[in-house]
Design a protein around this ligand. Structure first.
Ligand code: GDP
Ligand code: MG
Length: 432
């Protein structure tokens, strides 16, 4: 996702890994390379300087940790500092007033309208809110209809008035609507900041008196997004930012600088065009992704949504005790399928960031595996019998797969059982 920056960090770590410990010389060299890569990634100059200064200071003063090479030690320090400048913890948002009024603002094409709908969906699904979307973009033709279409997809009502030319009047009328606990106002943007836009927003702010003003920033525009955020913050006063377009090739500039420069937390991140593609901004997960360490946090979150708590507990116990069977394997695979496209999931695994393009179609592989498991006898599916050649042959024939493929499945099942033990202890650590 962060391309060159991630590559550079991995190169730094790899080259440091040859050294037993951090020294002033290798720290200076690594810091210099990191600094250049961060500037290339369009991270704000002063943010980079501060970051590098902190990393250096901590690296120089750090004692050698037994069994950890210089590369990993440096990586940990950089990771900690990245997390720190992005706000440390996942931000919390509390809606104290009813209704809570949220005003979205930002430049044209940043993703305001899309994220108004994503936000409504998120609040409805996860926090059981009853939101109303309000269409205040009267500048761009089709903007109202865009919001109406999105609203109908998620069953959230949209307050609009096609005949009214004054957004203030629409806002005023929307405020009279009862029965909603969150009002989300989608506003007009411009290609560049201009006075008219700022005045319109200032008046809307006065009229609506919102609890929250979210600045919607396109991550692809790097530091420009940060400059714009700062201007909106100074002129209108934002409470949080939402970073969008993080699914594309994007530079880390916005993610790393926007909070530090505006002093306002990053609350959400948009990772695709679909309504579900919104999640809370998690600084640890973002640092993981920037450094090419996968995205275990969001992977576990996704998994938790798909596996019930009981199922998960049972599975964990099975994994620990290695009584994991082919049937469990199947269950896991089916839950995995529900979690979404496998290629996306694999990318979230540590070390899988840049999968080769010719990976094949993981969904198809999954279907083949399923067929082979379904061709096993009940006893075989427990995974404790010896898979003598005649069994392998029968499974191959029953599923229409080759003996080779059956062998591969059996081998990976065995490996998985072993890995399962390791993974469950890792997950425990992660939870702590
Ligand atoms: N890939 C991707 N596209 C997005 C994302 N958010 C919005 N878009 C698309 O970007 C375009 C502009 O979004 P829109 O919400 O209309 O921006 P607005 O002008 O600020 O209201 C639309 O085509 C959206 O579908 C995102 O997170 N990822
Ligand atoms: Mg819009």
């Amino acid at each position: 996702m962060f391309g060159a920056l991630t590559d550079t960090f991995q190169k730094i770590v790899k080259s440091l890994s040859r050294d037993k410990e951090l020294t002033e010389a290798n720290i200076a060299e690594a810091a210099r390379t990191a600094r250049m890569a961060l500037l290339d990634a369009d991270v704000n100059y002063s943010v980079v300087s501060q970051l590098i200064k902190k990393v250096k200071a901590e690296a120089v003063g750090s004692n050698k940790i037994k069994g950890v090479n210089a590369g990993d030690q440096f990586l940990k320090i950089v990771h900690d500092k990245l997390v720190e400048i992005m706000g440390g913890e996942e931000p919390k948002i509390s809606f104290k007033k009813t209704p809570t009024k949220i005003l979205l603002c930002g430049l044209q094409g940043a993703g305001k309208t899309t994220h108004a709908a994503k936000l409504a969906h998120f609040l409805k699904k996860k926090w059981h809110k009853n939101p109303l979307l309000v269409a205040l973009d009267l500048q761009r033709p089709g903007a109202i209809q865009q919001l109406q279409i999105l609203g109908s997809q998620i069953n959230v009502p949209v307050f609009a008035n096609m005949d009214e030319k004054n957004p203030l009047k629409i806002a005023k009328a929307a405020l009279k609507e009862g029965n909603f606990d969150v009002l989300i106002f989608d506003t007009a943007g411009r290609l560049h900041i201009d006075e008219t836009l700022m005045q319109e927003l200032a008046m809307l702010k006065k009229e609506i008196d919102p609890e929250e003003i979210f600045f919607v920033a396109n991550a692809a525009s790097g530091q420009d997004a940060v400059t714009t955020a700062q201007e909106f913050n100074q002129k209108i006063g934002i409470t949080n930012s939402i970073l969008t377009m993080l699914d594309g090739t994007t530079r880390a500039g916005a993610a790393l600088s926007i909070r530090e420069i505006t002093g306002k937390p990053l609350l959400f991140e948009g990772v695709g065009e679909k309504i579900e593609d919104l999640r809370l901004f998690n600084p640890v997960s973002m640092a993981d992704r920037i450094l090419g360490m996968g995205d275990l946090i969001n992977l576990v979150k996704k998994a938790e949504e798909e596996f019930s708590k009981d199922e998960e507990k049972e599975m964990e116990k099975k994994m620990r005790t290695a009584s994991f069977t082919f049937e469990d394997f199947l269950k896991q695979m089916r839950a995995l399928k529900r979690m979404g496209p496998l290629k996306g999931l694999l990318k979230m695994m540590p070390g899988m960031g840049d999968l080769p393009a010719d990976l094949g179609d993981p969904e198809k592989e999954l279907a083949k595996t399923e067929a082979m498991i379904l061709s096993m006898t009940a006893k075989e599916r427990q995974g404790n019998v010896e898979f003598i050649p005649s069994r392998r042959k029968r499974i191959a024939k029953g599923s229409g797969r080759s003996i080779d493929e059956v062998n591969r499945l059996l081998k990976s099942f065995k490996e998985l059982r072993q890995m399962a033990k390791h993974f469950s202890s890792m997950k425990k650590q992660f939870k702590m």
